[in-house]
Ligand binder design. Structure first.
Ligand SMILES: Nc1ncnc2c1ncn2[C@@H]1O[C@H](COP(=O)(O)OP(=O)(O)OP(=O)(O)O)[C@@H](O)[C@H]1O
Ligand SMILES: [Mg+2]
Length: 374
């Protein structure tokens, strides 16, 4: 039996999910008051988990919403978007036997219903023209608009619609969505710049159609108490110092903290030793090593040098300052900027801007810890 309480998937149940009480309440309040919500944070901090936490709360409080979750990260076109959302609808409403009613709304095309390898219903649609796609999108939204209960649709990794070829997906969605009364949206994404641009740039079609929610890291004292409680609940003692060390080593970045806790839990007996934590760290870094070495092969030596410098510093504000450049033997400010841009593009580093100031760090915490040891 696997009873490791440190989950590595976005959500299982409230018992395994730390906090986010205030965030859950705020999002529900927005939805209840007819507002769409845009949830933004760096990767692996807990956006998807929070969506499911909100859905769980809606269910347990019996709030009058039906919920649908669509992850569009793998879609590259409008037809794939339609297919993913259709499948999300069909799979969620299947129990209520609404598939036929859903299909009745799709008048332009003839969707086929099959079963995927896991046994869940799967819709496939073939389109004959661009026009058919656009009509089907309208019909799909019309189905939701006419659903007998209010519907919350979460679209995860929304930024992906910018990658669609040959269609201004933002304009298209906006055109339809602004007329919907029965449907509320939760948009989710990790590319802060793109997401903010979609919703706050007055020239862009989503302008001011949503309320922003920036998800931050979990509160350290709250997360610390949660971790300690989960160890104890399975008969394992861990000290506060040890928990705080784990959180600090993983920089309180949820996925990395969970992963290290999961590893420590799996190797410890009824009392966690400091040695267990070091063994767990080494095990994880060892497992990831090959992936990190692959990155080394894919970037230039100068970019690698920059990564190492940032990892050693943990975070860097003044990337072109002479102190930073000379400390790490970087030839010029221009080189530093060029490398930073290339590394940002590859999502190897994270830029966080507050006010005028931008702070750079290595996106993947384990990678950062690996680099600083080299
Ligand atoms: N509140 C929480 N309590 C416990 N674990 C959590 C919590 N939030 C997130 N996690 C852990 O962090 C991992 C990442 O969370 P999640 O997938 O929700 O992040 P995300 O922000 O959606 O990431 P991405 O941008 O990459 O999609 C989860 O798999 C889970 O292990
Ligand atoms: Mg996610």
């Amino acid at each position: 039996m696997n009873d490791n309480p440190f989950i590595l998937e976005p959500y299982k149940s409230k018992d395994f999910f730390c906090d986010r009480e205030a965030e859950t309440e705020v999002i529900i309040k927005h939805l209840t008051n007819g507002r769409n919500v845009t949830l933004i944070s760096p990767r692996r901090l807990g956006k998807t988990g929070l969506i499911f936490r909100v859905f769980d709360e809606i269910k347990s409080k019996r709030l009058p919403f039906e919920t649908v979750y669509a992850d569009i990260s793998d879609t590259v076109s409008l037809d794939e978007f339609i297919t993913v959302v259709s499948n999300a609808i069909v799979n969620k409403l299947e129990k209520q036997n609404k598939i036929t009613s859903f299909f009745k709304f799709l008048k332009t095309v003839r969707p086929l219903l099959g079963v995927d390898p896991s046994g869940s219903p799967q819709v496939s649609i073939t389109f004959a023209s661009e026009n058919q796609k656009q009509s089907t999108l309208a019909e799909l939204l019309n189905y939701l608009e006419n659903y007998p209960k209010k519907v919350v649709v979460a679209i995860d990794e929304l930024q992906q619609i910018r990658e669609y070829d040959g269609v201004n997906m933002e304009a298209l969605l906006r055109k339809h969505i602004q007329h919907l009364h029965n449907v509320r949206f939760i948009y989710c994404g990790s590319k802060k710049h793109t997401m903010s641009d979609m919703f706050t740039n007055a020239k862009k079609p989503f302008y001011e159609s949503t309320t922003f929610s920036f998800l931050s890291k979990l509160s350290v004292p709250v997360y610390s108490a949660f971790i300690k409680k989960l160890f104890l609940s399975r008969g394992k003692a861990i000290t506060e110092e040890q928990v705080n060390y784990i959180i600090e080593w993983t920089r309180d970045h949820t996925y990395y903290t969970q992963r290290l806790c999961n590893e420590v839990f799996s190797i410890s007996e009824n009392r966690v030793n400091d040695k267990d934590i070091q063994t767990a760290i080494n095990t994880i870094l060892d497992q990831e090593k090959e992936r990190f070495q692959e990155i080394r092969r894919l970037i230039t030596s100068s970019q690698w040098k920059m990564l190492k410098a940032i990892a050693i510093e943990q975070s860097v504000k003044h990337i072109t300052s002479s102190a930073f450049l000379s400390k790490y033997g970087i030839t010029s400010g221009a080189t530093a900027l060029r490398n930073i841009n290339a590394l940002l593009e590859k999502e190897l580093i994270l830029a966080e801007t507050t006010g005028e100031e931008t702070t750079y760090s290595i996106y993947n915490v384990f990678f950062s810890r690996y680099l600083e040891r080299l």
